[in-house]
Write a protein that binds this ligand. Structure first.
Ligand SMILES: [Zn+2]
Length: 227
């Protein structure tokens, strides 16, 4: 059985600004990786429609990270509310059924932790939708025989204090004792930084300013039924 890695995120820059190093590491070791992005990121243009720009940036970042397939589902930025859950889920499932149709697989799913990391409601929604999909994998994606769901998270040390007033709800990072996997991605840090820089319309310098030490460490919580 082939092993694949599937990232499911809300916005075009989420994987590069988040666990980009993990995707680069998987790609380097020959594991096929796929990124599914629910929205077009149109609100990232401060009122100007930059959908096309964001598509190009996301494609470029995925290429840099060595991602095998990158797909944007085209929902509007900021629109993943309760009444869109089923629509988003259906499109994710349809995309994955197409990717997985010819073989049997084991899979690692990666999405945001349940807090959405920044508290962005699209992030929280995509985490919940991915969790729902994971809980119903046999029904939706029978070609996946075994899977794990990894929630990307920031440790309390990594959480930037300057974002405190950015959203109404702003989580303060994950305590160390709740983190299950810590990856050292320093070997692919240059690749990760290039992927971050590919999102030129989204102030990549602010992410790079968090420093190499921060960017070299990526944390995950493994989903378990008791969560
Ligand atoms: Zn985002």
């Amino acid at each position: 059985m082939k092993h694949i890695v599937v990232g499911i995120f809300a916005h075009p820059d989420d994987e590069a600004f988040g666990p980009g190093g993990t995707f680069a590491l998987y790609a380097k070791q020959g594991t096929p990786t796929y990124i599914i992005t629910a929205t077009d990121g149109v609100l990232g243009g401060d009122g100007v429609d930059i959908t096309e720009v964001r598509h190009k940036e996301a494609k470029e970042a995925a290429k840099i990270l060595g991602v095998s397939g990158q797909y944007m589902l085209g929902f509007s930025d900021g629109s993943i509310s309760n009444n869109r859950y089923q629509d988003v889920l259906s499109k994710i499932v349809a995309q994955l059924q197409e990717i997985l149709k010819d073989d049997k697989y084991t899979a690692t799913f990666i999405t945001f932790d349940r807090t959405g990391i920044t508290g962005h409601l699209d992030h929280i929604a995509i985490s919940m939708i991915t969790t729902y999909l994971y809980q119903h994998l046999k029904e939706y994606l029978p070609n996946i025989k075994e899977a794990e769901l990894h929630y990307y998270c920031l440790s309390t040390e990594q959480r930037p204090k300057s974002d405190k007033d950015y959203f109404v709800y702003c989580p303060c990072g994950c305590p160390k004792d709740q983190i299950d996997i810590t990856k050292d991605v320093s070997k692919v840090l240059d690749i990760k930084k290039q992927a971050i820089l590919a999102h030129a319309s989204q102030n990549p310098d602010a992410i790079l300013q968090s420093g190499d030490k921060n960017l070299s460490t990526e944390h995950f919580i493994i989903y378990s039924e008791e969560f």
